[in-house]
Ligand binder design. Structure first.
Ligand SMILES: *Cc1c(COP(=O)(O)O)cnc(C)c1O
Length: 382
């Protein structure tokens, strides 16, 4: 019997393996944060994302924590966000005493539903945090209008959204603040890493201090002050130069890595069209205003039972898949600490019914056909 080759859910891209070339390591003068390669990565981000400033940090989680510090989040401040997201979106603000106010997602895009945002705003609201799920943009014009009218900040959790666009604007260039993740599960990675992107210039000076343990060492290094000292809140948020050396190669290849993912996404989308038509299994909805980066390919199944049996069927055929987020408002910590009482039907439905299919640099269109054939076998269609 011939064993079928396993199809992995994610294989981190290894463009950037050149870091193992010790010659390069020998040439580094700074191993800790703030070296030349880190600066090169930040320049690339400013140029390609069109943000005012970019600071590399050790994770998207760190960048979100910096957002909470920059916005001076205090006990009782409210932050509007989806519940269908990764824990760090909320935890960063909860750490400072903030209260996440969860808003349901739109049924089609899985992104925060702008229609449900405005009536959650009150005097305590400090910010709206949007998450561009799967690298597909939120409906930003509507969010911007609400934020302006009510004088609250916008933070984009763009962890999944490097080189995705809202109309012609790169995601990460729209909010007052925005965050990227370079975790190995994301399109562009360095194992673990992230970036804080700043579009509202009033945050730039303080962000550099917060990243550097609350000190003004940045000004000291530029010879602007004679000594450096403790001047503000902060922590050790920066990324080491060695990881930047891996990341820079990823950034230089970002467009080709992403184009490949988009071609895999499009192949799934084409081959699964008749599954949607015949069985009403819903494929990702792609709004006109969004240009995505092929981060996730997902399907909405009828219910949890059907979704879980498809996961098991594919597993028995050596194909790895995944579900997504346990809604934060129904998580153990969310229930105990946030005590959010409302139900969020679209969020709960996405958690029960979504399956994510394999998509990564090593996947071929042939792999996609293998996955799709097994899905069609499960549904007994051609
Ligand atoms: C991955 C992810 C994060 C966390 O990123 P890290 O770099 O692992 O801290 C935060 N938010 C969203 C939406 C994510 O997908």
């Amino acid at each position: 019997m011939v064993m079928k080759k396993k199809i992995y859910f994610n294989v981190p891209d290894n463009s950037g393996h050149q870091i193992s070339n010790l010659q390069n390591i020998k040439k580094i003068k700074t191993f800790s944060a703030g070296g030349d390669v880190t600066k090169k990565c930040e320049k690339w981000l400013i140029k390609n994302i069109k943000c005012k400033e970019a600071l590399l940090v050790h994770s998207c989680t760190a960048a979100l924590e910096m957002c909470a510090l920059l916005l001076n989040i205090k006990k009782g401040d409210e932050i509007i966000m989806p519940s269908y997201t990764f824990v760090s979106t909320a935890n960063a603000f909860v750490l400072r005493g903030g209260i996440p106010v969860f808003v349901d997602i739109d049924n089609l895009t899985c992104n925060i539903d702008p229609k449900k945002v405005e009536n959650k705003i009150n005097k305590k609201t400090k910010a709206i945090v949007v998450v561009h799920y799967a690298g597909i943009s939120c409906d930003m014009d509507k969010i911007i209008k609400i934020a302006k009218k009510n004088n609250v900040y916008i933070v984009e959790d763009a962890a999944q959204s490097i080189l995705s666009y809202y109309k012609t604007r790169p995601l990460g260039s729209i909010g007052d603040l925005a965050t990227f993740s370079f975790h190995e599960t994301k399109n562009i990675h360095c194992g673990q890493g992230g970036a804080l992107l700043i579009n509202n210039s009033k945050f730039i000076k303080r962000a550099k201090i917060i990243r550097d343990k609350g000190t003004n060492r940045d000004l000291f290094k530029k010879n602007i002050v004679k000594k450096y000292t403790w001047v503000d809140y902060g922590s050790s948020y920066a990324l080491t130069e060695i990881l930047s050396m891996f990341l820079i190669k990823q950034l230089y290849k970002a467009k080709s890595i992403i184009n490949h993912r988009i071609s895999i996404f499009n192949e799934y989308h084409k081959l699964l069209k008749n599954l949607e038509e015949k069985k009403n299994i819903v494929r990702p909805f792609l709004p006109k205003y969004s240009n995505h980066n092929g981060h996730i390919y997902f399907l909405y199944l009828k219910n949890k039972t059907q979704r879980d049996s498809l996961i098991n069927h594919l597993k028995s055929k050596s194909i790895d898949t995944a579900f997504h987020y346990v809604p934060l408002h129904t998580s153990n910590f969310g229930k105990k600490k946030i005590m959010f009482k409302q139900s969020l039907p679209n969020t709960e439905k996405a958690y029960r019914s979504i399956i994510r299919l394999p998509i990564h640099s090593r996947m071929s269109k042939n792999n996609v056909r293998v996955v799709v054939n097994e899905i069609k076998n499960f549904f007994k269609i051609n």
